[in-house]
Design a protein around this ligand. Structure first.
Ligand SMILES: Cc1cc2nc3c(=O)[nH]c(=O)nc-3n(C[C@H](O)[C@H](O)[C@H](O)COP(=O)(O)OP(=O)(O)OC[C@H]3O[C@@H](n4cnc5c(N)ncnc54)[C@H](O)[C@@H]3O)c2cc1C
Length: 452
């Protein structure tokens, strides 16, 4: 059997490795449009901040390791067209010539592309996006060659926040301009406000509720203008306005698409084309709580979907369990995380949701260094089902562990009350006899009791 995988990042490499692991006899060819297979683009902010000075270190696995696992890598090769009826992908080589690659099964893992918002001047020198290794090399070269002193980051989603943090660390004066009134629209505005406080404390100018309209070159600087007469100047502009699925290859070949134009897949990660699977940022994602397809591009999800696609492409019968949109972001000395549904999202999908906001300590308050944590726990009033949580606190406060406990509880279908029954670990320097997530669960139940 010949398995061809198009895309050599999180989803594609996961699929290829899983296929080889389960069926070592399968011939696996991975077609990669660039020269950076299995690189962690999640690590780009830390390369640009200087925390990871050598970009080679961002490779999850080296080329030699991938080839050692039996993958044939076609680097700098781009899949141009699919002919599903002939089981063939037309691939362009680095020299521009094309050849047909015949497959028995195909996995499409072409990822996402940065959204280009309707802003005049996006192509000016000094204006960058950040999605690929090549993008990061362009920004790194700009930082090294031109020694910019200031940057405007357009977009206050998680990549914008990570870059505001990274470039401040690098010594630049940072202005962050977001269209949404609060930063990080994936968490509730009350937590976004706390993040704004942290950004300002670290010297970042934050402008919310401003739609950027144009970028122009004036007197050696870039001038960014936005709604309401906002005008700021800087030496460098970084645009992080979200991503869109890079689904054209399979869609043009007739694969069905859905939310946001992402490829439609079933839970085996099969597309609507025969013998073609797809995974990662180019596909719709099954949401575990909503029980329907959404678009939720995340590296964690891409790995899992890729593994399922690779397994099924070689004859397996695995189903993707679904995503909860679990995410954690570091912003200077804070970390903020979420999983599941926020109240507004849950209500929009018919849940009778309510949220308990709680401030508590990350460890026993008497132990030196105890720090305040902010938790927001959402449950369904009618059934008591646990729906989601958001947590913000100092980055050392085990925020990720705590959100993962909630994510695990939701995955097991636990009720809010059952979260407080879990046998979680405790020692005074790191937690309390009731972990903060259990305190939040008890507070939610008590709120609901008094409302009844
Ligand atoms: C700066 C940044 C930080 C991030 N941080 C996090 C994080 O902390 N946590 C998290 O969960 N997620 C994070 N993400 C998101 C995560 O990186 C993506 O969800 C993940 O990379 C998606 O993997 P993928 O394999 O689907 O696609 P991609 O990583 O987009 O890779 C697509 C692959 O397809 C190849 N390709 C595309 N078209 C073709 C073609 N026609 N022919 C051949 N090859 C092709 C590309 O070269 C590439 O190899 C971050 C993303 C960025 C940009």
């Amino acid at each position: 059997m010949h398995l061809v995988v198009v895309g050599g990042s999180d989803a594609g490499v996961s699929a290829a490795l899983r296929a080889r692991e389960l069926r070592p006899g399968v011939e696996v060819t991975v077609v990669v449009a660039d020269a950076f297979p299995n690189f962690s683009i999640c690590g780009l902010p830390y390369f640009l901040s200087g925390e990871v000075p050598d970009w080679h270190r961002l490779a999850h696995r080296t080329r030699t390791e991938l080839e050692g696992a039996g993958l044939e890598l076609l680097l700098d090769h781009t899949a141009m067209v699919l002919h599903p009826a002939d089981h063939c992908a037309v691939v362009r080589r680095p020299d521009g010539s094309e050849h047909a690659l015949v497959y028995d099964r195909l996995v499409v893992a072409t990822g996402a592309a940065p959204v280009r918002p309707p802003i005049a001047g996006l192509d000016l020198p000094g204006v960058h996006v950040l999605h690929t290794m090549a993008d990061s090399f362009r920004v790194a070269a700009h930082l090294a060659d031109r020694q910019p002193r200031s940057v405007i980051v357009v977009g206050s989603g998680y990549i914008g926040l990570e870059m505001a943090d990274a470039l401040t660390r690098r010594g630049l004066r940072v202005t962050l301009i977001g269209r949404a009134p609060a930063v990080l629209p994936t968490v509730d505005p009350v937590l976004g406000e706390l993040l704004v406080g942290e950004l300002r404390r670290c010297g970042v100018e934050v402008l919310g509720g401003v739609a950027v309209e144009a970028i122009a070159h004036r007197a050696g600087q870039l001038v960014v203008t936005g709604h309401g007469g906002v005008e700021r100047r800087a030496d460098l502009v970084l645009v992080g306005a979200g991503v869109r699925p890079n689904a054209e290859l399979a869609a043009t070949a007739g694969a069905a698409t859905g939310t946001a134009g992402a490829l439609r897949v079933d839970r085996s990660m099969a597309t609507t084309l025969p013998d073609v699977y797809a995974a990662g940022d180019c596909v719709e994602t099954w949401h575990r709580l909503l029980g329907r397809l959404v678009y939720l591009p995340l590296g964690t999800t891409a790995h899992k979907q890729g593994r399922v696609a690779g397994e099924n492409a070689v004859g397996g019968r695995r189903l993707f369990a679904g995503s909860l949109g679990t995410q954690v972001v570091k912003v200077f000395d804070l970390a903020v995380a979420r999983t599941g549904l926020r109240e507004a999202e849950a209500r929009a999908d018919g849940f009778d949701a309510s949220t308990r906001d709680l401030e508590t300590w990350d460890r026993t308050p008497y132990y030196p260094g105890a720090a305040a944590l902010r938790l927001r726990l959402t449950g369904d009033r009618a059934s008591g089902r646990l729906l989601g949580a958001q947590i913000l606190g100092p980055r050392q406060a085990e925020i990720a562990k705590r959100i993962d406990v909630v994510a695990s509880a939701i995955s097991c279908g636990l009720g809010v009350g059952e979260l407080s029954d879990l046998d979680l670990s405790y020692t005074p320097p790191v937690s309390s006899p009731w972990d903060p997530v259990q305190q939040a669960a008890q507070a939610w139940e008590s709120m609901e009791r008094s409302a009844a």
